[in-house]
Design a protein. Structure first.
Length: 80
């Protein structure tokens, strides 16, 4: 039971860290087109809408990395 708790806690913590890191990296990589946005600002709506067009690939990669590291952490603690 102790190993299971260590695995679950480390998986959840690593998953959260990788999610934050991937969001930070995607934010750094984003380059807005300011000149085009300036000319389109006249036709903007006064309502705010959110689109869910993000990619699932970073989530899958970060989950795989988090699971692998969590497995290695549990294996290392088991050997101690």
């Amino acid at each position: 039971m102790k190993q299971y708790l260590i695995f679950i806690i480390s998986l959840l913590l690593l998953f959260a860290v990788f999610q934050m890191l991937s969001g930070w990296i995607m934010t750094l990589a984003y380059t807005p087109d300011i000149s085009d946005a300036w000319y389109q600002s006249e036709n903007l709506s006064h309502e705010v809408t959110f689109n869910g067009n993000g990619s699932i690939i970073p989530t899958i990669i970060s989950t795989g990395l988090a699971g692998t590291i969590a497995f290695l952490v549990v294996k290392k603690i088991k050997n101690i």
